[in-house]
Write a protein that binds this ligand. Structure first.
Ligand code: NAP
Length: 496
């Protein structure tokens, strides 16, 4: 029985669209992209809270093969990213192959037919020779189980479910969380709310954001001479790469650079916040890079405003009209904004149930045998599966470097498969183990194990204390290996 599709892609964000573009390039054109949301764009469809913008320069937060000369700023607002995603879907003819409001429950390898059977929440099943999961890293919103939250009488809003017509004017608001999302949101809420209390459990490292509008003349130059935008991309990539490799991955060898980044963030804080005690409480006590740092020129300043208060006592419970902290104090509020992020390690690796060869359950296997994936993309016992959001897959600071390396890996793998006249692939256990050993070894030099990350509460670490998210190599290495990995690391076969 032939499968319905060459391939089933789960997720219509930038990862899924990149994978789909690569499928077209290798000639696997008969695919479907399943998306649980009502439209494409992933993160940039779901998130539209006030202040949303990229915090990685737009020249690199985009596909290298589809540059956008129209970004309005060095760091584009979220709405432009959504528009860019729509442009990509149209340009590469992806939209007609997308199915929205389609929740995937799970996928099972059918050994008899050598294809994947994908189960949808509405009971339908779809079959595909290949399965590509592109479900994102930060796609399962997290609401902590605060005691009493169900009794809160005011408005509760999670940043991933922002209501654009919700007016904050005159509100007594609380924001819980101080991650990259809150850093963008706090100054915006402060502009409108009558009172704002920011509940911080762990401070975040924030460095200045060198942002500005891109003048029309420069945009015209980018459009007319794409090489100029490519040059800007190269410079930015170099800067981020240095920050990542030297400051984070080679912490042991270059502690000074890491300390320098921390010193820059501290100077930024000193320059922006007047009150000494507030500054002290906003200062992280873990090394720079243990947790994802962020960029902002407005976050710290908000705490100078008389109606904005930083609360660092831990939350004891939520009451009908406020938040009670461990010191007994109640902050009276009518609006509770949850900037509490995402659950990566309990529900997102993988985001759907995936059952491979011999009935192996991917999520269970990862939890019982360490999180791992060969080159961050394939797993033994899971034939014809490309798991794009895997342990050790995230390479560099812009997600697009990861996406494009994975596209290259896919391209090399499929071309080899077709050259051999085969239809199934599976990474060998030996190749996978060798990759895991290599990344484990390399991580020994990183800030995650060499630095002081004890108090960071960083999502880079999983429930076993392993920093299993980031690929601890340069992006140059990731891209080189994507086009040069040993072809015999895979076992190839023919569907019966
Ligand atoms: P996050 O970094 O996970 O932050 C969640 C916040 O909620 C943390 O401050 C956390 O405190 C707090 N929190 C969670 N549970 C809590 C509890 N029980 N009590 C008190 N506080 C609690 O999530 P995020 O801010 O949404 O950002 C996630 C990621 O999205 C970022 O790291 C970044 O990669 C990405 N992002 C990117 C951009 C961009 O411009 N490109 C913008 C926004 C977000 P603890 O730290 O103590 O756990």
């Amino acid at each position: 029985m032939a499968p319905q599709f060459d391939a089933v892609v789960v997720g219509a964000g930038f990862g899924g669209m990149g994978a789909a573009i690569e499928l077209d390039r290798v000639g696997l054109r008969d695919f479907v992209i399943l998306e649980r949301e009502s439209d494409l764009g992933g993160t940039w469809h779901v998130n539209h809270y006030p202040g949303l913008a990229v915090d990685i320069a737009s020249v690199i937060y985009s596909y290298s093969f589809a540059p956008n000369p129209h970004w309005s700023r060095l760091f584009a607002p979220g709405a432009e990213l959504k528009k860019y995603a729509e442009h990509i879907a149209d340009k590469y003819d992806l939209r007609r192959r997308m199915r929205f409001d389609t929740v995937v429950d799970g996928a099972r390898w059918d050994a008899a037919h050598q294809h994947w059977v994908v189960s949808l929440a509405d009971g339908e099943t779809i079959t595909g020779r290949y399965l590509l999961t592109a479900t994102g890293f930060l796609s399962q919103p997290y609401t902590p189980p605060f005691p009493g939250i169900e009794d809160f009488a005011g408005k509760i809003i999670h940043t991933t479910a922002w209501e654009d017509d919700f007016d904050l004017t005159g509100r007594r608001a609380a924001i819980i969380g101080t991650g990259a999302t809150a850093v963008q949101l706090v100054p915006e809420v402060a502009k409108k709310a009558a009172a704002l209390t920011v509940f911080q459990r762990t401070p975040i490292w924030v460095v200045p954001k060198i942002d500005a509008p891109i003048p029309p003349a420069v945009r015209q130059l980018f459009a007319k001479m794409p090489v100029t935008q490519q040059a800007a991309r190269l410079v930015n990539t170099g800067l981020l790469e240095t920050l990542m490799i030297v400051g984070v991955l080679h912490f042991k060898q270059a502690k000074l650079l890491n300390k320098g980044a921390g010193a820059l963030a501290k100077a930024h804080l000193r320059a922006q916040v007047r009150d000494r005690d507030t500054r002290r409480r906003l200062t992280p006590h873990y090394d720079f890079g243990c947790k994802r740092p962020t960029f902002s020129n407005h976050y710290f300043r908000a705490f100078n405003e008389p109606h904005v208060r930083l609360e660092t006592n831990s939350i004891e419970r939520i009451e009908a009209d406020g938040i009670r902290t461990a010191d007994g104090h109640k902050t009276e509020i009518d609006t509770l904004i949850l900037a509490t992020g995402f659950n990566l390690w309990d529900v997102n690796f993988p985001a759907i149930e995936i059952i491979g060869r011999d009935g192996v359950n991917l999520g269970k296997w990862w939890r019982e045998n360490r999180f791992q994936a060969y080159e961050g993309i394939t797993v033994p016992k899971f034939p014809n599966l490309l798991s794009l959001n895997s342990p050790y897959s995230y390479s560099g600071l812009s997600y697009f470097t990861t996406i494009e390396a994975q596209m290259k890996h896919m391209g090399r793998l499929f071309r080899e498969l077709f050259r051999r006249g085969e239809t199934t692939f599976e990474v060998s256990a030996a190749a996978n183990t060798s990759f895991l050993n290599r990344v484990t070894d390399k991580l020994g030099s990183s800030v995650f194990y060499g630095g002081d990350c004890a108090t960071a509460r960083s999502y880079y670490f999983n429930q076993h204390g392993e920093a299993a998210l980031l690929r601890p190599t340069s992006t140059v290495n990731a891209h080189r290996e994507a086009v040069a990995f040993p072809l015999d690391d895979y076992v190839y076969g023919t569907a019966s």
